[in-house]
Design a binder for this molecule. Sequence first.
Ligand code: ZN
Length: 276
Amino acid sequence: MFELPEYVVLANQINKTLLGKKVHGGNLGNSPHKFVWYNRSQDEFNRLVKGKVVGEAKVRGRWLFIPLQPGYTLVFGECGGKILYHPAGKAPPKKYHLFVNFTDETFITATTQMWGAMELYEQGQELKREYIKDMQPTPLDPEFTYTYFDNLIQEAEAEKKRSVKSLLTQDQLIPGLGNAIAQDILFQARLHPRHSLSDLSSRQSKVLFDAILNTIDEIIAGGGRYDEYDLFEQKGKYVRIMDKNALKSPCPRCAGEVKKIQYLGGSCYFCLNCQR
Ligand SMILES: [Zn+2]
């Protein structure tokens, strides 16, 4: 699944590659998939995108917004899989869930694994969509300061007992983070996934805050995680520290044993020795 950094990488590439292109037409794919959320019929989608010009793409959390001007926004949200650019003359992938081609005969396709939104809104209406309208500040927003983060921890903890993994991955408290990036953030912050928020010292919460921002920056700088694809179907160069491959070797920091547990809807990988 794409997380915040992969969406930023895609948006940057879209802005370098697609900005200003004129849409020839589009469709909702060749492979019906019941967990792709559409809000348009085939005909409607093709009619509405035709003749529009690609504007500057933006990201919030796990949502990518591509203006189709005038008047519309193409929205990808909560997807994994591939969003790909294809030069003129290339064959599309066998299966895809969205297709948009341009007057210069280049095109994009999107194919999701599991689920994801691929929706077209009248400009501004996307901001009223569920999950977007009430989105809290994401780590890339200017409001996401340490003061904000510290308050967020206190509010989240007052509401119910939570662990640091819950803070990072549940209830969209920090939009854009998912199970994959959370592993490396917790490694950098030297925190066990189950470490209770109520036991977090102010020093630890500052370290956690820095780990969130630094990990996001590093993944963006690497062009995404090594198990995700960018717009040109290249894998990212950011090698995850704590994932299933980490089980094969000792902890890269302290040589302690790396352990796997199932916790809060996903596998967690962490060092038994240096993550407490
Ligand atoms: Zn360790």
